[in-house]
Design a protein around this ligand. Structure first.
Ligand code: CP
Ligand code: NVA
Length: 302
Protein backbone atom coordinates (compact mmCIF):
# COMPACT_ATOMS: atom_id res chain seq x y z
CA UNK A 1 0.00 0.00 0.00
CA UNK A 2 1.61 3.28 -1.09
CA UNK A 3 -0.83 5.90 0.25
CA UNK A 4 -4.04 6.18 2.26
CA UNK A 5 -5.95 8.91 0.43
CA UNK A 6 -9.48 7.49 0.74
CA UNK A 7 -11.04 4.10 1.60
CA UNK A 8 -12.41 3.72 -1.93
CA UNK A 9 -8.82 3.03 -3.03
CA UNK A 10 -8.53 -0.02 -0.74
CA UNK A 11 -9.85 -3.53 -1.36
CA UNK A 12 -11.74 -5.50 1.28
CA UNK A 13 -8.62 -7.66 1.61
CA UNK A 14 -6.39 -4.62 2.24
CA UNK A 15 -8.78 -3.21 4.86
CA UNK A 16 -8.92 -6.60 6.59
CA UNK A 17 -5.12 -6.85 6.59
CA UNK A 18 -4.86 -3.38 8.19
CA UNK A 19 -7.39 -4.36 10.87
CA UNK A 20 -5.61 -7.66 11.57
CA UNK A 21 -2.27 -5.86 11.93
CA UNK A 22 -3.93 -3.23 14.16
CA UNK A 23 -5.24 -6.00 16.45
CA UNK A 24 -1.75 -7.50 16.63
CA UNK A 25 -0.07 -4.13 17.39
CA UNK A 26 -2.68 -3.43 20.07
CA UNK A 27 -2.03 -6.82 21.69
CA UNK A 28 1.73 -6.24 21.58
CA UNK A 29 1.46 -2.75 23.07
CA UNK A 30 -0.81 -3.96 25.88
CA UNK A 31 1.72 -6.70 26.65
CA UNK A 32 4.76 -4.46 26.61
CA UNK A 33 6.14 -6.01 23.42
CA UNK A 34 8.16 -3.45 21.44
CA UNK A 35 7.61 -3.26 17.68
CA UNK A 36 10.05 -0.84 16.07
CA UNK A 37 8.93 -1.46 12.49
CA UNK A 38 9.68 2.16 11.48
CA UNK A 39 13.02 2.65 13.24
CA UNK A 40 14.69 5.86 12.08
CA UNK A 41 11.73 6.99 9.92
CA UNK A 42 10.16 10.44 10.15
CA UNK A 43 6.55 11.39 9.52
CA UNK A 44 5.59 15.01 8.78
CA UNK A 45 2.11 15.93 10.03
CA UNK A 46 0.56 18.93 8.25
CA UNK A 47 -2.50 20.41 9.96
CA UNK A 48 -4.74 23.09 8.42
CA UNK A 49 -7.46 22.30 11.00
CA UNK A 50 -7.53 21.58 14.74
CA UNK A 51 -7.01 18.09 16.15
CA UNK A 52 -6.65 16.24 19.43
CA UNK A 53 -6.93 12.55 18.55
CA UNK A 54 -5.30 12.54 15.13
CA UNK A 55 -2.31 14.60 16.16
CA UNK A 56 -1.57 12.78 19.39
CA UNK A 57 -2.24 9.27 18.09
CA UNK A 58 -0.03 9.73 15.02
CA UNK A 59 2.78 11.23 17.10
CA UNK A 60 2.63 8.49 19.76
CA UNK A 61 2.19 5.90 17.01
CA UNK A 62 5.42 6.91 15.29
CA UNK A 63 7.23 6.88 18.64
CA UNK A 64 5.89 3.37 19.42
CA UNK A 65 7.13 2.20 16.01
CA UNK A 66 10.65 3.50 16.68
CA UNK A 67 10.34 6.58 14.46
CA UNK A 68 9.55 10.22 15.02
CA UNK A 69 6.90 12.73 13.98
CA UNK A 70 7.02 16.44 13.18
CA UNK A 71 3.99 18.65 13.80
CA UNK A 72 3.69 21.17 10.97
CA UNK A 73 0.97 23.80 11.27
CA UNK A 74 -0.10 24.85 7.76
CA UNK A 75 -0.31 28.41 9.06
CA UNK A 76 3.42 28.41 9.73
CA UNK A 77 4.48 26.62 6.55
CA UNK A 78 4.96 28.50 3.27
CA UNK A 79 1.99 26.47 1.98
CA UNK A 80 -0.12 28.75 4.19
CA UNK A 81 1.27 31.74 2.23
CA UNK A 82 0.53 30.23 -1.14
CA UNK A 83 3.54 28.05 -1.98
CA UNK A 84 2.11 25.48 -4.42
CA UNK A 85 1.36 21.96 -3.17
CA UNK A 86 3.38 20.52 -6.05
CA UNK A 87 6.54 22.30 -4.80
CA UNK A 88 5.84 21.55 -1.13
CA UNK A 89 5.38 17.87 -2.01
CA UNK A 90 8.69 17.65 -3.86
CA UNK A 91 10.61 19.47 -1.11
CA UNK A 92 9.15 17.51 1.81
CA UNK A 93 9.77 14.24 -0.07
CA UNK A 94 13.51 14.98 0.24
CA UNK A 95 13.38 15.22 4.05
CA UNK A 96 10.62 12.92 5.24
CA UNK A 97 9.58 9.26 4.92
CA UNK A 98 5.86 10.03 4.89
CA UNK A 99 3.28 12.80 5.33
CA UNK A 100 -0.01 12.80 7.21
CA UNK A 101 -2.15 15.77 6.23
CA UNK A 102 -5.41 17.22 7.61
CA UNK A 103 -6.87 19.86 5.35
CA UNK A 104 -9.98 21.12 3.55
CA UNK A 105 -9.81 20.01 -0.10
CA UNK A 106 -9.37 16.33 -0.97
CA UNK A 107 -7.52 17.55 -4.08
CA UNK A 108 -4.69 18.91 -1.94
CA UNK A 109 -4.12 15.44 -0.47
CA UNK A 110 -4.31 13.79 -3.89
CA UNK A 111 -1.90 16.42 -5.32
CA UNK A 112 0.64 15.78 -2.55
CA UNK A 113 0.59 12.12 -3.57
CA UNK A 114 0.87 12.96 -7.26
CA UNK A 115 3.80 15.37 -6.98
CA UNK A 116 5.64 13.90 -3.99
CA UNK A 117 7.52 10.61 -3.90
CA UNK A 118 6.69 9.49 -0.34
CA UNK A 119 3.53 7.92 1.18
CA UNK A 120 0.68 10.35 1.93
CA UNK A 121 -1.93 9.61 4.62
CA UNK A 122 -5.22 11.49 4.76
CA UNK A 123 -5.88 12.68 8.32
CA UNK A 124 -9.28 14.20 7.34
CA UNK A 125 -10.53 16.38 4.53
CA UNK A 126 -13.97 17.88 3.89
CA UNK A 127 -14.59 14.79 1.75
CA UNK A 128 -13.52 11.89 3.97
CA UNK A 129 -11.84 10.62 7.14
CA UNK A 130 -10.38 7.18 6.35
CA UNK A 131 -8.20 6.82 9.47
CA UNK A 132 -11.20 7.34 11.73
CA UNK A 133 -13.25 4.72 9.94
CA UNK A 134 -10.46 2.13 10.11
CA UNK A 135 -10.52 2.62 13.91
CA UNK A 136 -14.34 2.39 13.84
CA UNK A 137 -14.29 -0.90 11.91
CA UNK A 138 -11.65 -2.24 14.31
CA UNK A 139 -13.91 -1.34 17.25
CA UNK A 140 -16.97 -2.94 15.63
CA UNK A 141 -14.97 -6.17 15.13
CA UNK A 142 -13.90 -6.10 18.78
CA UNK A 143 -17.45 -5.72 20.08
CA UNK A 144 -19.40 -7.71 17.49
CA UNK A 145 -16.81 -10.29 16.46
CA UNK A 146 -17.11 -9.24 12.80
CA UNK A 147 -18.26 -6.35 10.64
CA UNK A 148 -20.14 -8.44 8.06
CA UNK A 149 -23.78 -9.12 8.83
CA UNK A 150 -24.23 -6.09 11.08
CA UNK A 151 -26.34 -3.04 10.27
CA UNK A 152 -24.56 0.30 10.64
CA UNK A 153 -26.81 3.35 10.97
CA UNK A 154 -25.45 6.90 10.73
CA UNK A 155 -27.61 9.80 11.90
CA UNK A 156 -26.80 13.44 11.13
CA UNK A 157 -24.90 15.47 8.55
CA UNK A 158 -23.87 13.69 5.35
CA UNK A 159 -20.26 14.78 5.81
CA UNK A 160 -16.69 13.44 5.62
CA UNK A 161 -17.46 10.84 8.31
CA UNK A 162 -20.56 9.62 6.51
CA UNK A 163 -18.73 9.28 3.20
CA UNK A 164 -16.00 7.13 4.74
CA UNK A 165 -18.41 5.10 6.89
CA UNK A 166 -20.49 4.18 3.84
CA UNK A 167 -17.44 3.04 1.89
CA UNK A 168 -15.83 1.21 4.83
CA UNK A 169 -19.09 -0.37 5.98
CA UNK A 170 -20.11 -1.63 2.54
CA UNK A 171 -16.59 -2.92 1.75
CA UNK A 172 -16.65 -4.89 5.00
CA UNK A 173 -20.04 -6.45 4.28
CA UNK A 174 -22.23 -4.33 6.54
CA UNK A 175 -25.71 -3.04 5.75
CA UNK A 176 -25.50 0.77 5.91
CA UNK A 177 -28.39 3.17 6.52
CA UNK A 178 -28.10 6.95 6.72
CA UNK A 179 -30.61 9.46 8.12
CA UNK A 180 -30.01 13.09 7.29
CA UNK A 181 -32.10 16.16 6.46
CA UNK A 182 -32.92 16.72 2.79
CA UNK A 183 -30.10 18.68 1.14
CA UNK A 184 -27.48 17.34 3.58
CA UNK A 185 -27.02 13.89 2.05
CA UNK A 186 -23.59 12.24 1.66
CA UNK A 187 -21.65 12.40 -1.63
CA UNK A 188 -23.90 11.35 -4.53
CA UNK A 189 -21.26 9.20 -6.26
CA UNK A 190 -20.53 7.32 -3.04
CA UNK A 191 -24.25 6.67 -2.48
CA UNK A 192 -24.65 5.38 -6.05
CA UNK A 193 -21.60 3.11 -5.58
CA UNK A 194 -22.99 1.83 -2.25
CA UNK A 195 -26.35 0.94 -3.79
CA UNK A 196 -24.60 -1.03 -6.52
CA UNK A 197 -22.17 -2.79 -4.21
CA UNK A 198 -24.17 -3.61 -1.11
CA UNK A 199 -27.23 -2.89 1.00
CA UNK A 200 -27.55 0.88 1.41
CA UNK A 201 -30.37 3.31 2.17
CA UNK A 202 -30.56 7.05 2.76
CA UNK A 203 -33.67 8.63 4.26
CA UNK A 204 -34.70 11.74 6.20
CA UNK A 205 -36.41 9.51 8.81
CA UNK A 206 -34.20 8.83 11.84
CA UNK A 207 -36.38 6.02 13.21
CA UNK A 208 -36.63 4.29 9.85
CA UNK A 209 -32.84 4.30 9.43
CA UNK A 210 -32.20 3.18 13.02
CA UNK A 211 -34.62 0.26 12.95
CA UNK A 212 -32.78 -2.94 13.89
CA UNK A 213 -29.36 -1.25 13.76
CA UNK A 214 -26.46 -3.06 15.43
CA UNK A 215 -24.19 0.01 15.37
CA UNK A 216 -25.43 3.58 15.72
CA UNK A 217 -23.09 6.40 14.70
CA UNK A 218 -23.29 10.16 14.74
CA UNK A 219 -21.06 13.20 14.30
CA UNK A 220 -21.28 16.95 14.82
CA UNK A 221 -23.92 18.99 12.97
CA UNK A 222 -21.33 21.60 11.96
CA UNK A 223 -17.89 20.38 10.91
CA UNK A 224 -14.61 22.26 11.02
CA UNK A 225 -14.84 25.06 8.49
CA UNK A 226 -18.64 25.37 8.93
CA UNK A 227 -18.54 27.35 12.17
CA UNK A 228 -20.40 30.23 10.49
CA UNK A 229 -23.36 27.94 9.75
CA UNK A 230 -23.53 26.47 13.26
CA UNK A 231 -26.64 28.35 14.46
CA UNK A 232 -28.61 27.70 11.27
CA UNK A 233 -27.57 24.06 11.34
CA UNK A 234 -28.86 23.67 14.92
CA UNK A 235 -32.36 24.34 13.54
CA UNK A 236 -31.99 22.17 10.44
CA UNK A 237 -30.55 19.19 12.30
CA UNK A 238 -32.86 19.28 15.32
CA UNK A 239 -34.05 15.70 15.90
CA UNK A 240 -31.12 14.14 14.04
CA UNK A 241 -29.91 12.81 17.36
CA UNK A 242 -29.05 9.50 18.98
CA UNK A 243 -31.36 9.42 22.02
CA UNK A 244 -33.49 6.98 24.04
CA UNK A 245 -36.19 6.81 21.33
CA UNK A 246 -33.62 5.86 18.72
CA UNK A 247 -32.09 3.23 21.02
CA UNK A 248 -35.58 1.68 21.44
CA UNK A 249 -35.96 0.93 17.72
CA UNK A 250 -32.35 -0.27 17.28
CA UNK A 251 -31.21 -3.79 18.10
CA UNK A 252 -31.36 -4.26 21.90
CA UNK A 253 -27.61 -4.89 21.96
CA UNK A 254 -26.74 -1.98 19.65
CA UNK A 255 -23.42 -0.25 20.21
CA UNK A 256 -22.97 3.50 19.82
CA UNK A 257 -19.95 5.14 18.23
CA UNK A 258 -18.92 8.79 17.82
CA UNK A 259 -15.70 9.99 16.18
CA UNK A 260 -15.48 12.87 18.71
CA UNK A 261 -15.48 15.70 19.60
CA UNK A 262 -19.14 15.33 20.70
CA UNK A 263 -21.76 18.00 21.33
CA UNK A 264 -24.03 16.61 24.02
CA UNK A 265 -27.76 17.27 23.54
CA UNK A 266 -27.13 18.11 19.89
CA UNK A 267 -26.27 15.00 17.84
CA UNK A 268 -26.32 12.73 20.94
CA UNK A 269 -27.88 12.96 24.38
CA UNK A 270 -25.56 12.96 27.40
CA UNK A 271 -27.47 9.92 28.68
CA UNK A 272 -26.78 7.76 25.62
CA UNK A 273 -23.21 9.06 25.35
CA UNK A 274 -22.37 8.07 28.94
CA UNK A 275 -24.17 4.71 28.67
CA UNK A 276 -21.88 3.89 25.70
CA UNK A 277 -18.73 5.67 26.86
CA UNK A 278 -16.73 2.41 26.92
CA UNK A 279 -17.35 1.83 23.23
CA UNK A 280 -16.73 5.45 22.29
CA UNK A 281 -13.42 5.71 24.14
CA UNK A 282 -12.25 2.28 22.95
CA UNK A 283 -12.96 3.69 19.49
CA UNK A 284 -10.82 6.75 20.24
CA UNK A 285 -8.03 4.50 21.56
CA UNK A 286 -8.18 2.39 18.42
CA UNK A 287 -7.17 5.40 16.34
CA UNK A 288 -3.68 4.75 17.68
CA UNK A 289 -3.58 1.06 16.81
CA UNK A 290 -5.30 1.34 13.42
CA UNK A 291 -3.05 4.21 12.33
CA UNK A 292 0.07 2.36 13.42
CA UNK A 293 -1.04 -0.44 11.10
CA UNK A 294 -1.50 2.11 8.28
CA UNK A 295 1.93 3.59 8.98
CA UNK A 296 3.59 0.16 8.87
CA UNK A 297 1.78 -0.71 5.62
CA UNK A 298 2.63 2.62 3.95
CA UNK A 299 6.08 3.48 5.35
CA UNK A 300 7.35 0.03 6.26
CA UNK A 301 8.53 -1.12 2.83
CA UNK A 302 8.35 -4.82 2.03
N1 CP B 1 -11.96 12.15 15.51
C1 CP B 1 -10.92 12.98 15.22
O1 CP B 1 -10.37 12.97 14.13
O2 CP B 1 -10.53 13.76 16.26
P1 CP B 1 -9.53 15.01 16.20
O3 CP B 1 -10.24 16.07 15.38
O4 CP B 1 -9.34 15.40 17.61
O5 CP B 1 -8.27 14.60 15.53
N1 NVA C 1 -17.09 16.02 10.66
C1 NVA C 1 -16.13 16.43 11.64
C2 NVA C 1 -15.25 15.29 12.04
C3 NVA C 1 -14.25 15.62 13.11
C4 NVA C 1 -13.37 14.45 13.46
C5 NVA C 1 -15.31 17.60 11.10
O1 NVA C 1 -14.91 17.54 9.92
O2 NVA C 1 -15.09 18.57 11.82
Amino acid sequence: MKHLLKLMDLSTKEITEILNLADQLKFEKKNGIKHHHLKGKTLGMIFSKSSTRTRVSFEVGMYDLGGSALFLSARDLQIGRGEPVEDTARVLSRYLDGIMIRTFAQKEVEDLATYGSIPIINGLTDYCHPCQVLADLMTIREYKGACAGNKLCYIGDGNNMTNSLIVGGIKMGMEVSVACPKGYEPDAEIMAWAKENGKFTCTDSVLEAAKGADVLYTDVWASMGQEGEAEERKKIFKGYQINADVMKVANGKAMVLHCLPAHREEEITAEVFEAHANEIFDEAENRLHAQKAVLVKCLGGK
